[in-house]
Design a binder for this molecule. Structure first.
Ligand code: G2I
Length: 480
């Protein structure tokens, strides 16, 4: 109920609108060059860690059926800090019979991710494809109502657990028209997309709401321009849209083009975040993967990249071997190129508003209020905190990058190569991402035990401030 009231204060004058004002300020600072962190050399050793050090995420599509495969989850847990359900949140999976919702497989993925400090991208609330049979045969106002009910129910069910929703997927036509794709949803009226966004906004006010599509990478293509014009129109009219996802399935028929960076930056200039949401590249050429990542890193509002699967054998296009790991789980040359591009890339501006990560710690908690930048800066250069000795090792915490809504901390362990370090954050702070260690949490979600996982003796984590900028405390360090 209180969240409803909170929701009532939203669009167009609510948090999403306020965010736009902060964004405008950030864009202004960015334009003057004043807000960027220097591009520092970084020691990130996994995709998620390297992205997080730059204020971004690196994700993958996950299939619930593969979570029992140890080789698969080992890579997933080590490398990624964002997860998209490959099929389990689609309309046919979540509402197989009208009004009867089924969340088991989706929850398996969400729980796996959130219990390990990864965020979740919700895919997808409304789409012409993968509809349940009952919906495929509907039309007109009955279909419009059923679609809106679906959006409301699913977004409400996962409220606070999903950082961004692909509210509408693939609604534009291929080819030269630049217009909408014909579908049963489109035939309910051209305003079906904005109606879906408004329903999602009401149901999950703090999640980022995205439009997602494929073949929208080439700036000169009519489809790209069609989506661009829709987003510009939505922003002008106050339709609650926060982000645009570029699927970026690159292959010989739909190749990567060098104007991709122009596409990303042009959309970002409309006042939305941009994300690469389903990346795979036929043959996985290292140079093309590097270019894609460099393009994202060059755009401050490109705040995350997701590849569409982990190993080639997990891909919907397995025969194209388009991913970063081969079928036996080894890293391919493209992996090294991506990691290097992440480590060499620029960090997002420190004045940036919330970009990617509401809380992800377990157990799921209610959605926190949208955080505003602090009015008083917390100390960022205070001496590091050191826990009392006694556990056979010492852990020293240092402040690292800080954004308008969150900050990174780095912990250096000495005296042991195998260790576990207990760190506490102050409620309502939440740890939203970690790297170079294996975290578990106590039931409050405020105390994290980080164990060494072979990634060295320096681990890091991102804390969502939620209005409280107290430095996290190291409680103990134990050699193991
Ligand atoms: O087609 C690639 C992607 C394009 N953008 C939207 C994404 O949602 C889409 O993902 C793919 C999944 O990777 C496939 O796994 O979406 C397909 C369905 O549109 C998924 O394929 C389906 C098969 O069609 C089903 O027969 C199968 O039961 O995967 C299902 C689960 O394996």
């Amino acid at each position: 109920m209180t969240e409803r009231c909170h929701g009532d204060t939203r669009s167009p004058a609510g948090p999403r609108a306020r965010t736009a004002i902060v964004l405008a300020a950030a864009a202004l600072l960015a334009a003057t060059g004043a807000a960027f962190l220097p591009s520092t050399a970084s020691a990130g050793t996994t995709l998620g860690a390297s992205a997080a050090e730059k204020g971004r995420y690196f994700g993958t599509a996950v299939a619930a059926s593969r979570l029992s495969d140890n080789a698969y989850t080992t890579i997933l847990n080590r490398e990624f800090n964002m997860v998209t359900a490959e099929n389990e949140m689609k309309m046919n999976a979540t509402e197989p019979q009208q009004g009867r919702f089924s969340y088991g497989a989706a929850e398996q993925i969400v729980n796996h991710a959130r219990s390990r400090g990864m965020s979740v991208r919700g895919h997808t609330l409304a789409w012409h494809s993968q509809q349940p049979g009952w919906m495929e045969s509907m039309s007109g106002s009955a279909l419009r109502q059923a679609m809106l009910n679906h959006v409301t129910q699913v977004a409400t069910h996962f409220r606070g657990q999903v950082v961004a929703w692909d509210v509408v997927n693939e609604a534009f036509a291929d080819g030269s028209s630049g217009g909408r794709r014909d579908s049963n949803l489109q035939r309910t009226g051209n305003d079906w997309i904005e109606a879906a966004f408004r329903a999602a906004d009401a149901a999950d006010p703090n999640a980022k709401l995205c439009y997602n599509d494929y073949n929208t990478d080439n700036w000169t293509h009519a489809k790209t321009q069609g989506v661009y014009n829709m987003v510009r129109d939505f922003k002008a009219r106050g339709v609650p849209i926060d982000c645009v996802g570029f699927q970026s399935h690159f292959n010989n028929n739909s190749p990567y083009v060098s104007n991709y960076r122009t596409t990303l930056s042009s959309f970002a200039a409309l006042g939305v975040d941009v994300q690469i949401t389903e990346l795979d590249i036929q043959g996985a050429p290292a140079n093309t993967y590097r270019s894609v990542v460099e393009d994202c890193m060059a755009v401050p509002r490109c705040n995350g990249i997701t590849v569409w699967g982990i190993r080639d054998s997990d891909s919907w296009l397995a025969s194209q071997t388009p991913l970063l790991f081969n079928s036996n789980g080894s890293k391919k040359p493209a992996y090294d190129a991506v990691l290097a591009a992440l480590n060499n890339g620029a960090a997002v501006p420190t004045t940036a508003p919330p970009t990617s990560v509401p809380p992800t710690s377990v157990p799921p908690t209610s959605t926190p209020p949208t955080s505003a930048p602090p009015t008083t800066a917390p100390p960022t250069t205070a001496p590091p905190t050191t826990p009392p000795p006694g556990g056979g090792c010492t852990a020293t915490l240092q402040d690292s990058t800080r954004w308008g809504d969150r900050f990174n901390s780095q912990v250096t362990v000495s005296g042991a190569s195998s260790w576990s370090v207990v760190v506490a954050v102050t409620p309502p702070q939440k740890v939203s991402a970690t790297w170079n260690g294996s975290p578990t949490w106590d039931s409050s979600g405020n105390v994290m035990t980080m164990r060494s996982n072979g990634s060295g003796n320096v681990f890091g984590f991102t804390t969502m401030a939620n209005g409280n900028w107290t430095r996290p405390q190291v409680l103990s360090c134990t050699a193991s």
